[in-house]
Write a protein that binds this ligand. Sequence first.
Ligand code: ATP
Length: 337
Amino acid sequence: MNKAEQTEIKVEQEAGVSPEQDQGAVPMIEIKGLSKSFGSFHALKSLDLTIARGKVFGFVGPNGAGKSTTMSILATLLSPSSGYAKVDGFDVTKHPAEVRKRIGYMPDFFGVYDQFKAVEYLHFYGASYGIPKKEREELIPQLLELVNLSDKRDAYVDTLSRGMKQRLCLARCLVHDPDLLILDEPASGLDPRARIEMREILLELKAMGKTIIISSHILPELAEMVDEIGVIEHGQMIAQGNVSEIQNRLRVKRILYIRLLERLEEAEQFLQEQPHVTRLMRDERGIHVHFSGQDLEQAELISELIAAGYRIISFSEGQTNLEDVFLEITRGGDGFE
Ligand SMILES: Nc1ncnc2c1ncn2[C@@H]1O[C@H](COP(=O)(O)OP(=O)(O)OP(=O)(O)O)[C@@H](O)[C@H]1O
């Protein structure tokens, strides 16, 4: 590093302002051409990702896709092989201290200090961030309240359930009031009720204006709380956008359910030959139709059925959920343009 660069970093660090912050709104996360190799294995391959301030971003992908690697780089725990990652305008490699001030990181595997009581655990972390005792005494009850653990204040950490430990860990990430939360699979291993509790807390954090990046395999859970999703596979982003944008880019747009009074088997044959029908599944009461047409084509399909003498009891249109989208995208690209 030359002298001019050293001076620039020193000035930024003293001011706590990144060069781009001066020039208006900087994205909370900016990743460009990010690559990471472990020996000859390329875990990340020129990944690009931008997340605006105040957004909740769902990071989804199959096992080993590179989610944790990306998050560890953002958390300054791993260094990139090439490319860059910036948090609030600060490069994670050049200004790790500035980045750490701004982030709360919850890894997928975390250690909790079992010999502590919940309240002591948070004091320990608060103190390690240099928060004075008086402030901590005010802050910690608020954090316990936020994560619904006020009644477990004096419980030993090892007596808490997995869901409670996850929430305590989340409270720990919040002690220094970070702008960005990096949460690696916060709902993993939780039962449905505990996942709902976690989701409600995240919605509260979103309302407080935090930017959140959250990875998960539990896609329908994510859909309800994220503004945007990014799908990663083999170290590359294969789709990014809001949930409905991603759905719009897929061929399977609608799943129709048609109930008929009779001639179900015959109707299945008939539907198979209609335009825009991509897949059919019959149950004892009706037929599920994967349909790639728009409203006009859908109206035509109904007319055709009626004209052919089929007596329709009901015709309904379901939304494809995030799970369908994910399966479609990661099936090998044939459902995704
Ligand atoms: N320290 C390491 N040394 C070697 N390979 C690694 C290391 N860390 C990660 N990898 C490999 O990099 C790839 C990406 O791993 P990563 O943990 O980022 O995936 P992930 O998307 O978070 O998966 P999961 O959902 O299973 O947690 C995997 O193939 C993994 O085995």
